[in-house]
Ligand binder design. Structure first.
Ligand code: SAH
Length: 227
């Protein structure tokens, strides 16, 4: 039995725990088969601190260091389902803002042909790189930078997904979204400190941008610059 199976107490039976998480996601209304399949495969427990491994498949957000959190599986699944928009097809190019621990980036790599994920905190960027190395995801590109600027070189994007919420949607994201593309991001309701956030979806068509607001969410703030 490998050492890490003993120390974490989760290793070999993690598939069963993940499938039970997937069933709970279905009960919450997540029906997209591609999202459910990815959530059933990516080992969330490998992305959290060893001390928190036993909570990895509960529907809870968890600290990932440097004051940041990995979102609840339910919220991750909801955002990915919105991004895919029920098309039943893999996306082409996708931009993720806020790599964090790299969990959602690993999911995205199964749902899109190319994924560019930007993180502003060097410590987390490097940690995500180390955690993702063994998965050898050739279509996932991790970048250190201010995600508010997007990543023009990888675009235009069929999907853009943000894991941190600002008071506005940066113009670069709207510019780098392809026509026919969709952006999913938490956005603060107003400009005040700690304002509540909603999930916002922007669809870009030849006629312009269409904005739809969904439920209230709670994400870490979208900050400027590199830390
Ligand atoms: N998707 C991540 C969630 C990480 S939490 C996961 O699966 O773990 C959100 C992340 O957004 C944090 O790591 C935070 O540092 C990062 N972030 C905040 N503002 C940012 C910005 N302007 N550019 C890039 N990353 C940013």
């Amino acid at each position: 039995m490998p050492q890490n199976t003993v120390s974490t107490g989760i290793g070999l039976d993690s598939m069963a725990v993940r499938l039970s998480m997937v069933r709970k996601l279905q009960a919450q209304g997540i029906s997209d088969p591609m999202v459910l399949s990815a959530m059933g495969q990516v080992e969330r427990h490998r992305f959290v601190d060893t001390a928190l491994v036993n909570q990895a498949y509960e529907d809870t957000s968890l600290p990932i260091g440097l004051g940041q959190t990995i979102s609840k599986p339910g919220v991750v699944a909801r955002m990915l389902a919105l991004l895919l928009n029920g098309a039943g097809l893999k996306l082409g190019r996708v931009l993720e803002i806020g790599t964090g621990c790299g969990y959602q980036a690993a999911l995205l790599s199964q749902l899109a042909s190319e994924v560019y994920s930007v993180e502003r905190l060097k410590g987390l960027h490097e940690q995500a790189r180390a955690k993702l190395r063994h998965l050898r995801l050739a279509n996932l590109h991790l970048l250190l930078g201010d995600g508010r600027e997007g990543y023009a070189a990888g675009g235009p994007y069929d999907g853009i997904i943000a894991a941190a919420g600002g008071t506005d949607l940066p113009q670069a994201w709207l510019d780098q979204l392809a026509v026919g593309g969709r952006l999913v991001a938490p956005v603060a309701q107003d400009a005040s400190q700690g304002a509540s956030q909603v999930l916002m979806v922007i669809d870009k068509s030849p006629q312009g941008l269409r904005q739809t607001r969904f439920e209230a969410v709670h994400f870490v703030p979208l900050k400027s610059g590199i830390g």
